[in-house]
Design a protein around this ligand. Sequence first.
Ligand SMILES: *Cc1c(COP(=O)(O)O)cnc(C)c1O
Length: 457
Amino acid sequence: MAAIEKRSREDWQELDREHHLHPFTDHKDLHKKRSRIITRAEGVYIYDADGHKILDGMSGLWCVNAGYGRQELVDAAAAQMQELPYYNNFFQCAHPPSIELASMLKEVSQPQFNRVFFTGSGSESNDTIVRMVRTYWDLMGQPGRHTIISRDNAYHGSTVAAASLGGMKPMHKQSGLPIPGIVHVEQPYWYGSDHSLSPDEFGIAAARSIEDKINEVGADKVAAFIGEPIQGAGGVIVPPDSYRPEVQRICDKYGILLISDEVITGFGRLGEWFGADYYETRPDFMPFAKGVTSGYLPLGGVFVSDRVANVLVDKAGEFAHGYTYSGHPAACAVAIANLKILQRENLIERIREDIGPYLQRIWATLEDHPLVGNTRMVGLMGAFELVKSKDPVERFDSKVGVGGICRDLFIEHGVCLRASGDAIICAPPFTLSYSEADQIVEVTRTVLDKALEIVKP
Ligand SMILES: *Cc1c(COP(=O)(O)O)cnc(C)c1O
């Protein structure tokens, strides 16, 4: 029995406009054109209220990794809700789904990870980490170590602490962030640099900006460094190969905790279980969310390494932190079923060896288009940049809004990709077929040709 009434598209749009405030939305702008109402989905396709079929090249918001319409996930949630729809993990209680999932997560992660703390989202996971990091150093007798280093243009979520960790200037401006004790260094974005250094030289220099910041703040005051293996919302910024090993070296040298934000890169997106596996780093924390349930229910969490967990367990007494929905039973049941799908269908291997290399190859051919300055893709996480001219790189005036022009053209042509400034981002479900991959790239060519007509001087 559906709980939602049937209404016309116009009715939905009217009610939406009157009553609903949207995330990351300019409402004046939205109300000029009304919302697109998405009503159902199957496989890699979403359908709007007018019946338009759209290939979801973003997996929702980088989360529907196993694709839509997975009856197994629906059944797992329904069965768990029948058995035990809710109970908490406070007050010396636990339940089978949270315990089972925690032990499954240990199996798929690096050996330093034996324990998981559950949350409801990626933002909550990063807030949890800020508290754990600072508590850890207090317990280690170094209470002066509270500063966390992050990067410009990073995205770590929207709560106060997570938005402070993030490096998005417009977010900081709207609410007096960052909170004290969070500082930012440059992002490893070679294509956005002046190209006076080779990518590898640039990667080392970008990593050294962390070391410079440590020296500026004082090594005895720095608690941790946080970074996404590949910056997602900031435009799929793939670091040069030299960057990650140098970051690891610097964290090791100063004894600083390394946080690998795996909210997008976790659970297979790069063709390995985690971005830390892909880049061969050994983090102390990994926040996760999104893909753990393929987005079917909200769930997040934090992998906590033995280095930190042992101290928290032995010395913290009660760590006064937790969420009503930490380890929600139905969400955990869906996560368990989702991990089983990833394993049984070898979806991560498929990204590493099959559909990943295929989409990467055809995606790279877009670089011959006059509007495309740079393409990049690791696993099934990619982007290209729209430029006015290529050599030397000249960007469009932001007033042109070339990213938004393309995004709207994409939807018109039945493909949903996302614009981050002048970068177009692609992160399709892991089940993408060869012909669906072809469709993405063919539509992209059509869109680029039309966009060129519009923005041509
Ligand atoms: C989406 C995202 C978050 C925030 O997760 P929410 O579930 O939206 O709170 C944190 N970090 C990264 C890298 C993300 O992409």
